[in-house]
Design a protein around this ligand. Sequence first.
Ligand SMILES: Cc1ncc(COP(=O)(O)O)c(C=O)c1O
Length: 379
Amino acid sequence: MSKIKSKLPHVGTTIFSVMSKMAAEHNAINLSQGFPNFPVAPELVENYKKVIEGEYHQYMPMPGSPRLLVEISEKVSKHYGRNVNPEEEVLVTSGATQAIYTVIQAIIHREDEAIVLDPSYDCYAPSVELAGGKPIHVNMEADFSVDWNKVEDAISAKTKLLIINNPHNPGGTVFSEADMQAIELIMERNPHVYLLSDEVYEFIHFEQKHISVNTRKAIRERSFIVSSFGKTFHVTGWKIGYLVAPKFLMEEVKKIHQYVVFCVNSTAQQTLSNYLPQADLSQLGEFYQKKRDFFRGLMKNSRFELLDCQGTYFQVARYNEISNLGDVDFATEMTQKHGVAVIPVSGFNKDQHDDHLIRFCFAKDEETIIKATEKLCKI
Ligand SMILES: Cc1ncc(COP(=O)(O)O)c(C=O)c1O
């Protein structure tokens, strides 16, 4: 049988799948892939049960359930003071991943460039390549801060998109007011560039509060803002998220969305439109802050050096005191020998540079965190 020509020849299975599979094979505690292992809100489950017994089993309208679109626009107004038109400026997507893919297909033409800040979430660059474009990778600094001069230097006449992720996975950083101003300046000086802001961890931030692009009048009319119900309501398996963008941009995105999925799972949409008015997101940051502090407290006597963590449910750690191995080998050893699966941070870097860092996911119940940290403290 002849082989087909690959569109992504350098891409293999993602590091998340590799580590989760290895965790299962070696019966290791899985702190690798980013998903919670505690129960979701009982009201959400009750709602889903009612919906599944009801009549919401057929296609929803292409952009999303009209009620959910309204609920999302109210959420954006409540949290960010921005009024968006539910019919024209909101799109329900199959997770943030599909929103990101579809935006990139809509904006990037052959030979266009998109700026990606590394370490970066793994779906950005391949989506640019599939559109025929070129991802231009700019490395963040060692502490995951961004040198915005480097970003601006990477922009050319061919640049169409600047992709940011805030709060940041894996770094656990949250952009400051100065970062937001720097982004605004770059956008002002480069009117040919659009912004894709991945804000899936928008409600998971700690001492440094998250500033959404939704609140920035100077740039939001040229921006795509991506959210994930999976992250916000601990239901990553539902794969449901949404996109906010001005009408002139959204029109092009919808042309592609209709051929990628047409519309998103009807029962999840109906459940979320019932649940959103009663959902209280004001405690989510605190909820994860307690988990972060619990994890960090139990790791105090370990030989891992924990970096600052201001948002997301990821904690990055340096392991120089423990091993000289590269991070992929070290993560493999941790999974196979020490029984805790983690993600090597070099997997998020295009140039694979290895700062000897690993990422833990602390979105776990107390028992899992206790068991994992007991093992980690013995390494
Ligand atoms: C930064 C970032 N963006 C996007 C996603 C994908 O979100 P979803 O599961 O809603 O597609 C993730 C999931 O881990 C993520 O960490």
